[in-house]
Design a binder for this molecule. Structure first.
Ligand code: 13P
Length: 253
């Protein structure tokens, strides 16, 4: 079994003082969960102060987005090298809010994924279907399309350094969590896509996270499913006790 990764996506929440306080509480509580990996992804402007808090602890730092170019005249954008310099080891790419609100395409996400891997950042590449797509029986096709588009050109060696997150859009921030069976089905499809594209050795090294209304109360059932190798947590990651409760669940499995 892969080591579980419990990742907090803070989205556009927390001011600097709040981010530092949250990170400190998570880092203080994290030490006892030695069998899981923990990650926090604060907003860009809070990466450095949060990085100072989590440095030397078991909590890793990640960003919520990046741009694929290395440097230059790209007003408002942030490169992989800048994120590494700020202390990040992970970056979330292709989150559904970026796909649907900010209109990022699979091609955009693919360029970012390649740039992150080339720079030595671990990308967490997100995929997930809309409610209408699920209801129309298109979930498998949508996930395959996003997988192929977002991960085009990624080598077997690189995929082993990549995390995939399945986040059904209808479960994000809605309190409507996917059932463990619904999540496990898509995770199994993703594992098969990895085996078919690469090989079983590489496919088995890729952590596939579930995201969408994960809480301490439902994490146990989800994380116990085959092919669910961790959680990408939104709302519940903004409260240290709740986030650590999910970490505790993952650590106990
Ligand atoms: P919630 O946990 O708030 O549903 O958000 C999930 C998510 O989008 C994590 O990236």
């Amino acid at each position: 079994m892969l080591r579980k990764l419990i990742a907090g996506n803070w989205k556009m929440n927390t001011d600097r003082a709040g981010a530092v306080k949250l990170a400190r509480a998570i880092a203080d509580g994290a030490a006892k969960y030695s069998t899981v990996d923990l990650l926090v992804c604060p907003p860009f402007v809070n990466l450095v102060p949060v990085g100072e808090v989590v440095k030397g602890t078991k909590v890793a730092l990640g960003a919520q987005n990046m741009y694929h170019e290395a440097s230059g005249a790209f007003t408002g954008e942030t490169s992989a090298a800048m994120l590494l310099d700020a202390g990040c080891s992970y970056v979330i790419l292709g989150h559904s809010e970026r796909r649907h609100i900010l209109k990022e395409t699979d091609a955009d996400i693919n360029k970012k994924t390649s740039a992150a891997l080339a720079a030595g950042l671990i990308p967490i590449v997100c995929v997930g279907e809309l409610l209408a797509e699920r209801e129309a029986g298109q979930t498998t096709a949508v996930i395959r399309h996003q997988f192929e588009g977002s991960l085009a050109g990624v080598s077997a060696e690189q995929i082993e350094q990549t995390v995939i997150a399945y986040e059904p859009v209808w479960a994000i921030g809605t309190g409507k969590v996917a059932t463990p069976q619904q999540a496990a089905e898509v995770h199994a499809d993703l594992r098969k896509l990895l085996v078919d594209r690469y090989n079983s050795g590489s496919a088995e090294k890729v952590r596939i996270l579930y995201g969408g209304s994960v809480k301490a109360s439902n994490a146990g059932e989800l994380l116990a499913q085959p092919n669910i190798d961790g959680a990408l947590v939104g709302g519940a990651s903004l409260n240290a006790e709740d986030f650590l409760g999910i970490a505790a669940t993952g650590a106990a499995l």
